[in-house]
Ligand binder design. Structure first.
Ligand code: MN
Length: 287
């Protein structure tokens, strides 16, 4: 059944995530025109581990892969993408706090736009384990591929492996900019995780945090502290602690400026400014 696994994993009385409307899924599937572009999004999800959920609309639902390190614009950098359960179409604009249960943590809408398959038969490509497509988002653009690996992670190998690789093809939108660091904010609210948490309930994890130790736990602790400060109207030092500031100050300023046009626009056309930097650096890299 459509969205069966998605529904099984969640208790909709305790999660703000959409329940998954099967009528909407059927309508969406009927009205879809792949050649004109389908919906895609990437949600940055701080749960027990930080990861990026990559979602492509197909037949009224969102095909989903969890990408631990997030997408890379560098064609040489192949990113592991674990195939997970289909999500409802309406999940694609979700941003907020999952207080407990499956996926507990904070979800940020990190990128969104349209995708166009570079194949006439998406199902056949998925079955084959080689899906080529073009993205037109605020942050991710150009040609990409998802390739299923022969296994190893599940140890089973063969065609039913859940592990895929997300790879950027070489084009004008490829480059050496670390896009997750360069453009870390939400395309929906323009916020960081702490802003999303502050808008909700910063006290939600007084006990039973979704991540206690490790990098995710440390990051979450800082975010909770900042969210509480934001909520209380106290000044917040965004530079300290968990977020290791490896980006140069110049880049940080640019990223802040660049994420703004994306969120203030309601039009589907991605902000040209956001895309300008990767394109420039791609040219530089080739020169
Ligand atoms: Mn997730």
């Amino acid at each position: 059944m459509v969205l069966e696994k998605y529904k099984q994993k969640r208790n909709f009385t305790s999660t703000p995530e959409p329940a998954g409307d099967l009528t909407l899924a059927a309508e969406r599937a009927k009205g879809a025109k792949p050649e004109k572009g389908l919906f895609f999004c990437v949600q940055k999800h701080l749960a027990s581990h930080l990861h990026y959920d990559f979602r492509l609309e197909h037949k009224g639902v969102l095909l989903s892969w969890a990408v631990p390190k997030g997408p890379s614009l560098d064609p040489k950098t192949k990113r592991l993408a674990m195939h997970v359960e289909d999500h409802p179409f309406e999940y694609g604009t979700f941003e907020g706090v999952i207080p407990s249960g499956y996926g507990a943590g904070i979800v940020m809408l990190w990128d969104q736009g349209t995708w166009t398959p570079e194949t006439d038969d998406v199902d056949a490509s998925l079955k084959k384990g080689d899906l080529k497509f073009t993205l037109d988002g605020y942050k991710l653009k150009g040609s990409w591929v998802l390739v299923r690996t022969s296994g190893g992670y599940g140890g089973r190998g063969g065609g039913d492996s859940r592990s895929w690789l997300l790879i950027k093809h070489r084009d004008d939108w490829a480059g050496d900019v670390d896009i997750t660091e360069f453009a870390p904010r939400s395309v929906k609210s323009d916020g960081e995780f702490e802003d999303i948490l502050a808008a909700d309930n910063p006290d939600v994890w007084v006990s039973n945090r979704p991540a206690e130790g490790g990098a995710a736990g440390e990051m979450l602790a800082t975010i909770i502290e900042r969210a509480a400060a934001l909520k209380a109207g106290r000044p917040v030092d965004r530079k300290s602690a968990a977020k290791s500031g490896t980006a140069t100050p110049k880049r940080k300023t640019a990223a802040t400026k660049q994420s703004k046009p994306a969120t203030t626009r309601t039009a589907k056309k991605p902000a040209a400014k956001t895309a300008a930097q990767p394109r420039q650096s791609a040219k530089k890299a080739r020169a």
